[in-house]
Design a protein around this ligand. Sequence first.
Ligand code: AP5
Length: 210
Amino acid sequence: MHLILLGAPGAGKGTQGSHLSDRLGVPKIATGDILRAAVHAGTELGREAKQYMDAGELVPDSVILGLVREALADKAARGGAIFDGFPRNVSQAESLNAILQESERTLDAVVVLDVADEAIVERMSGRRTDPETGQVYHLTHNPPPAEVAERVVQREDDREETVRHRLEVYAAQTAPLIDFYEAAGLPVRRVDGTGSIEQVQERILSALGH
Ligand code: AP5
């Protein structure tokens, strides 16, 4: 299965993508995670990406498409993938279609996680990540266990003004993908992204017919 998880920053794509990956047995391809790993490793790509990420802007398509092509070529992704944070604009969506066609693959569905902006700002202020495992927590909704609580960190782009700018970028560049995929005849499933993490997971699985 090739599935796109769409949703504003903080809508829960990463959290739900990890659960879905376990449940459906296909890897998650999360461009934000790949970019953060490159920033952490101090590679040239990471240094280029960091300036855009810290400002809440999209990283140039040329950088992103190379990363996605590489991730899809991995043998673990031969049976499918869950795209988290990609595509981010119509140009990336068109490129994804072309990349999948090269290996005679097609998209199966798009899941859109709906969460209101104010709830998102609250989620982002409490988000913490374990730098060793990449596991994402929330101080209130999904607190880190005691053994990792000391080392969790806040993402640089989770400051409120940057989050608000990322929400604007989402509305202007990424939300139009909902119409794009509907017009292409792909099943686009809108799911309420509020409630507990488990409730949202059940809604997604049921929307996908699982
Ligand atoms: P990226 O990492 O993709 O960030 P994003 O889309 O802004 O999404 P987030 O990771 O912030 O949130 P999420 O939806 O995954 O939510 P999460 O599960 O963590 O991208 C970062 C940057 O990289 C971009 O700004 C851009 O610069 C660049 N980039 C990445 N991909 C790109 C691309 N394709 N093209 C160009 N540039 C690109 O949940 C958020 C919080 O809420 C967590 O604390 C979580 O524990 C909590 N939470 C989750 N679910 C619930 C729930 N049901 N109830 C309460 N709390 C919850």
